[in-house]
Design a protein around this ligand. Structure first.
Ligand SMILES: C[S@@+](CC[C@H](N)C(=O)[O-])C[C@H]1O[C@@H](n2cnc3c(N)ncnc32)[C@H](O)[C@@H]1O
Length: 393
């Protein structure tokens, strides 16, 4: 087994080559609804390329920067930090002189000519090669994750040459083979750290990504289009903990929680994207980005809708009300957030110490908390009246 970060939490086993899914988590015992089965800090964080969000959060702890409060800019490249403390911790972790210089060169290249590279890939590679310098152990954990790249691909060779040009000295890990592998690790394993749910999303705007994180254990969860766990993050949560090796606070820790009870021996799966995506969207993304064709129970049912006789959206609508056509309707009724454009999944709050399952469910997308008896079965409803009945986080 490849070296991993620390001991595994007690309710889960990591099995290899389980059901042709590669490494997989299975329940080591019955897991209760709402149970937190994994809490993990990232080994790597990098900012999103979105200009809409990049100046509105601290580039070390990733908390939002209140508009009325002055932030602390890096005096060389202007990267914003929430405090002098975050700035000085970043100088030896995420924002070393190497990263700062690379950002400056990146910025001037972008201004000079049309920028042909994916900016997020550039930001990821700067962060990954920086990790090799500040924490070689975590860099090798990153390289142990799933995914192999193609070092002969023209776009990868060009991107690698650009990354080389950002270095003022020889970097011992820098090679096109490593760059190609890193890009694949990122594409298959990074978790998006999202902005909070905003009322503007009700008007159809996309939820913005604040940054991305690599979490070693969490990246071993396989995908299912009807997942039994979902991921929560609390980026704007307060915490005084700044003790881990890469200088991260626990607000960038994610937790994986059981959506419903999971029997011992069952595989534990996340969904790699919002559960309300259509069959075609899901199959396309899984094939393109993750290299496999999904044959989960839900896909086997929905595949039949793709005969061309019935439009997929129509089939989904009518099937939501019919257990015969759509045996998974229960999932949508009980665990899918009904807020417009949210796409989050509801999971019970953690059970009490005595093991009693909570009556309240939290949405992994917008964070709203609802009592189980108040779950609104009218999918896509987002009127303010029903929101008033919800319990705010
Ligand atoms: C984030 S990794 C998950 C952990 C991975 N199994 C491993 O060995 O490290 C994503 C990869 O796992 C595999 N995978 C995930 N879900 C799968 C599924 N439902 N069926 C087949 N393969 C799956 C695919 O190879 C995918 O690219």
């Amino acid at each position: 087994m490849t070296a991993m970060a620390g001991p595994l939490p007690q309710p889960i086993d990591l099995l290899h080559h389980y059901r042709d899914h590669g490494r997989s988590f299975v329940a080591a015992r019955t897991i209760k609804s709402g149970e937190v089965i994994l809490s993990e800090k990232p080994i790597l964080l990098y900012p999103s390329a979105s200009t809409t969000t990049s100046s509105s959060y601290c580039h070390r702890c990733f908390r939002s920067l209140p508009p009325d409060k002055a932030f602390v800019p890096c005096f060389t490249c202007g990267t914003p930090f929430c405090s002098v403390n975050c700035h000085s911790i970043a100088a030896t972790s995420l924002h070393t002189p190497f990263v700062c210089r690379a950002y400056c060169l990146f910025e001037s290249t972008r201004k000079e000519k049309p920028f042909v590279f994916d900016e997020e890939q550039v930001l990821f590679l700067i962060a990954a090669y920086n990790l090799a310098l500040v924490n070689p152990g975590d860099f090798h954990l990153l390289l142990s994750l799933h995914g192999r790249g193609d070092p002969t691909k023209a776009s990868t060779v060009l991107l690698h040459d650009f990354i080389v040009s950002l270095h003022d000295a020889t970097h011992h890990e820098l090679s096109v083979i490593v760059t190609a592998d890193l890009l694949a690790k990122d594409a298959m394993n990074a978790f998006g750290l999202m902005e909070g749910y905003d009322k503007s999303m009700v008007n159809g705007n996309m939820k913005l990504v604040r940054g991305y994180g690599i979490y070693v254990y969490a990246s071993c969860f396989n995908h299912d289009c009807l997942p039994n766990v979902c991921r929560f993050d609390y980026l704007d949560r307060d915490s005084n903990d700044s003790n881990d090796s890469y200088g991260q606070n626990s607000n960038t820790e994610i937790s994986i929680r059981a959506i419903h009870e999971i029997s011992q021996g069952n595989e534990i799966c996340l969904s790699y994207f919002p559960v309300n995506w259509t069959y075609n969207e899901r199959q396309h993304r899984l094939k393109e980005d993750y290299g496999f064709q999904c044959s989960c129970d839900r896909c086997l049912v929905e595949k039949k809708w793709n005969t061309g006789v019935v439009e997929e959206d129509d089939a989904m609508e009518s099937a939501k009300n019919s257990n015969e056509e759509f045996p998974h309707a229960y999932f949508f009724l009980n665990f899918m957030c009904s807020r417009l454009n949210c796409g989050g999944t509801l999971a019970h709050l953690p059970p009490s110490v005595e093991g009693v399952v909570s009556d309240q469910l939290e949405c992994s997308g917008c964070g709203i908390i609802r009592h189980k008896d108040d779950i609104d079965y009218d999918v896509d409803d987002d009127d303010d009246e029903s929101d008033e009945d919800m319990i705010e986080d």
